[in-house]
Ligand binder design. Sequence first.
Ligand SMILES: Cc1ncc(COP(=O)(O)O)c(C=O)c1O
Length: 487
Amino acid sequence: MDKARLDIENKLVPKGADVTRHLALPEQGQTPEWILAEMEKMDSEMTGSNSWKAGKLSGAVYHGGDDMERVIVAAYAKYCVSNPLHPDVFPAIRKMEAEIVAMTLKLFNNPDGAGTMTSGGTESIIMSVKTHRDWARAVKGITEPEIIIPSSGHAAFDKGAAYLKIKVHSIPVDPYTRKVDLKAVKRAINPNTIMLVGSTVNFPDGNQDDIEGLGKLAAKYKTGLHVDCCLGSFVVPYLEKAGLSEGANGKYKLYPFDFRVPGVTAISCDTHKYGFAPKGSSVIMYRDAELRRYQYYVNPDWSGKWLAVSTPVLVYPALGTKPGALIAGTWAAMQYMGSNGYLESCRSIVTCARTIADTIVASIPELYILGSPPASVVAFASKHPKVNVLEVGDKMSQRGWHLNALTGPPAVHIACTTDGVSSVQRLTVDRVDVFIADLKDSVQEAKVQPEGKGSMVALYGLGNSSAVGPAMVGQLASAFLDTLYKA
Ligand SMILES: Cc1ncc(COP(=O)(O)O)c(C=O)c1O
């Protein structure tokens, strides 16, 4: 534990006598030149916030184009001080937020539906959990709510359930298709069920649940159904148009997932992922405005003033006041990309992911792909007794890749990204050959020289390593969070 804790700290917190620490306010304010120079210095002290430009990463940065960045920064600068809590003072921001929601609803085939913007996928999901809880209490009289989540569903659902005191049923996915087991979902439904969950696509391995099957259950038992398109965001709605809703031999097939599927009551879509908007931006959509009402927090008794905001203060304390500049940045990104831009980026991202998956299948016999992922994420696991895939992940880290490790089964994933409009920075899309070459070398090295010391093996292997493994993972996670606040 101590070693792992120290490793985390050494990776994240700069050390040494020449590191300046700003632990108290400067007596006099600094100049803009000093501020920017100090940021440069901080970048160079560690690996630097420019290291992503090498493109060897999974997700995290969803576009890399300077042109795109200029558009977002200009929009941000124009509305830097705006505060949407005061729509009378900033009417343009209110209009942009409403239009972002409308454009996204249209993309998910529910132009008459309703939604709000949030600060990210996690908040969109927590809002949906809250909305369904309050709806079920008002309409069905449910006071001890329960939700049913695939084991591949994002942790934000568990987080929301923990915050809002809702019981969770975690349902296994089929080990081959990676889709949630519908029979087990059906068995878990009871009179307290407020909501089912399905992903298009899920975070761990990029596969899609059977949304139509879940929709039938939701309609039959009159529960909500949330489709998590946070990661699928602006890729999955374009797959059909791009002619990519099915690959060769029926692989990578995308099944219906949006509001056209009966029973779907809510969809989350992250504009700050494949929508290429600045970070801190997502949309939660509902089938209709009546359901959205249950998201609102209205407190007519508060002595300050009558406050009605679309998100409860409980979950996102800053809202009330929220960053209008992010709304402007999101609106600008969507206008700049347009449908054609998103179609193009969908094409290049998905082609990249499928090239990676197909090449692994064809030329790396030690590995297999989890499921048949229709969009941007590819996860690989080992089928060779001498190859620990987490060791492969560590060898990839040594080659400069920032990939994600998974458990259940142990696997490693990459979420491919590009901006689709720039010819300069194309992140994963331009590095497929390097990725494959590095992966082949890493697999061979892991087979003949396993070290068992890298952080993927140490951290992600831990959960299954012994009886105390899961508790240690919990302790390490807390240690990691503590480290984030070490100045
Ligand atoms: C499928 C899925 N849902 C939800 C989230 C949460 O999004 P955020 O990190 O923006 O809170 C993610 C993040 O990667 C995701 O992949």
